[in-house]
Design a protein around this ligand. Structure first.
Ligand code: ATP
Ligand code: MG
Length: 484
């Protein structure tokens, strides 16, 4: 172990928010050891802006609770942690961990419970990468480096602590973390990891819960280097584990969306990870729509059912939360509305909660060479820049063109359009409830059957979806997820 001078690593307390100093000081005052550890230290040394700061201490979660009282909540079962609220921020305070006991690992070696408290040396050995295992005591101005992590930082190398095979078996999510940090920090992956990072190894990810994989996928999408990590996901065969039904090739649309996501993060804009899921699943969604259309299902129904099917399949890998699912289906449904809007609904559409995401999606499709958008991405782009008068003229012109093209099939009057407030129909209906309790509370006998065959391959001639005409639904129940 070497003790480094913090100032020599480019660290100073001036870079730290008062919240983390608060936590370190309170624990020290109560007689415990306390350090900043993990990504916060690593990023500061690298001159990056840390996402957050994690603290580690020899106090048990119960003792941390004693120090902070009502400001502290103990969370987690597999991994017990204290959450301390400091001002408006939340600091994660972990207790030094010893190696897990044999009885709490699965047959494949995966750690199932991990609440065996230990010393700082043991805690160090439990961490994933050397660069994530530096302990910074800001008040003493020192950094404890147990494995020459500082050299790995200098050489831009990602090195797992211990035997890479064992470390991946213990927690297969470390494979995702390897790619995430390699992409985020632009580090190279140590040869001993590359050697064992095989497609067979990635199979272990099947043991990880779809909830945890969703969280990890979100981290991949929002780290600011999505475009760099996507090809890595394919090269290392992780893609197949995360997105089973999405063919592993990066279309122009996906690439543009990834670049766009990274750029938004770079300029400090918020991003909604569900948007990228909407992009990834767009092709499977269209294919599923076509499948239903070919069976004679009416378009609106085909879209609704295809959306449910595709998300249900994806949920076997990464469970997308309900509000995010709704968001995705609304973005897809917006595509139809924006492509062929009723003139009198144009104004209402442009102020709809899902307009922005739907429009961004449409424009991305168009810029990626998707000519099925018929130039409507650019049309909506221009529309938003217009004055009220210009908007009215643009709508009238759009209306005339629309009527002209419609007249080819049916004669129709041209309706002069004024900008009036028109309510538009909700974009999607509430999906099937997931839990039994939810289902019970929403049980309505008259509600039509929504799901097609769950394996998703065939629907018979007598399938309920084919018998259905448009059914009047109870739309008062529709909920929208939060906009980000
Ligand atoms: P960032 O927050 O920038 O994504 P981080 O390194 O801080 O990166 P966290 O997920 O916040 O990552 O975890 C904090 C620290 O906890 C890590 O730096 C690492 O030391 C340890 N850690 C997290 N996940 C694992 C894991 N799966 N296996 C071993 N150690 C882990
Ligand atoms: Mg962190």
């Amino acid at each position: 172990m070497q003790t480094l001078r913090a100032s020599k690593c480019g660290l100073s307390t001036a870079q730290l928010p008062s919240s983390i100093l608060d936590v370190i000081d309170a624990l020290t005052k109560a007689g415990y050891e306390a350090y900043i550890v993990g990504g916060g230290v690593r990023d500061l040394i690298l001159g990056l802006n840390p996402k957050d700061f994690d603290a580690v201490t020899n106090a048990t979660p119960a003792q941390v609770k004693e120090v902070f009282g009502r400001r502290c909540r103990i969370i987690g079962r597999r991994f017990e942690l204290a959450h301390v609220y400091a001002g408006r921020e939340l600091i994660e305070v972990a207790t030094f961990r010893a190696p897990p006991k044999k009885a709490v690992t699965s047959a494949s070696g995966m750690i199932l419970r991990d609440n065996n408290w230990g010393t700082i040396e043991q805690d160090f050995a439990r961490r994933d990468f050397s660069i994530n295992a530096m302990y910074y005591q800001p008040r003493k101005g020192i950094v404890l480096d147990f494995c020459h992590a500082i050299d790995d930082i200098k050489n831009k190398t990602l090195r797992l602590l211990g035997d890479p095979t064992l470390r991946f078996e213990e927690d297969p999510v470390r494979m995702l973390r390897t790619l995430r940090f390699a992409a985020k920090l632009n580090f190279s992956i140590a040869p001993e990891i590359l050697e064992i990072f095989t497609p067979e190894m990635t199979q272990l990810l099947r043991d990880i819960s779809p909830h945890r994989l969703y969280d990890e996928s979100q981290k991949l999408f929002t780290m600011g280097h999505l475009n760099r990590v996507l090809p890595m996901l394919i090269d290392f065969d992780i893609w197949r584990q995360l997105f089973a039904d999405i063919s592993p090739d990066i279309s122009t649309f996906i690439e543009r969306a990834a670049i766009n996501t990274d750029q938004r993060i770079q300029i400090g804009k918020t991003i909604n990870p569900a948007f990228f899921y909407a992009v990834l699943l767009w092709k499977p969604f269209l294919e599923r729509c076509n499948f239903y259309l070919s069976k004679g299902v009416v378009p609106a129904e085909a879209r609704a059912q295809a959306g449910l099917d595709v998300l249900k399949r994806q949920a076997t890998r990464t469970i997308i939360p309900r509000f995010a699912e709704t968001f995705i289906r609304e973005v897809w449904e917006m595509q139809t509305r924006l492509l062929n809007p009723k003139p009198q609904q144009i104004q209402a559409l442009s102020t709809h909660a899902r307009f922005r995401a739907g429009f961004d999606f449409l424009l991305l499709r168009e810029k990626s060479g998707d000519d099925t958008t018929q130039g409507m991405g650019v049309w909506w782009d221009a529309y938003q820049q217009m004055t009220t008068d210009e908007k009215e003229r643009a709508i009238s012109q759009y209306n005339r063109q629309r009527a002209k093209s419609r007249r080819k099939t049916a004669t129709e009057d041209v309706v002069e359009t004024k900008l009036v407030a028109v309510e538009i129909e909700p974009l999607v209906n509430e999906p099937e409830p997931r839990s039994r309790r939810e289902r019970k509370s929403r049980a309505k006998p008259e509600r039509p059957v929504q799901s097609a065959s769950s394996n998703g391959s065939e629907i018979g001639y007598d399938h309920p979806i084919l018998k259905r005409k448009r059914v009047k639904r109870d739309l008062s129940q529709v909920v929208f997820g939060p906009t980000q």
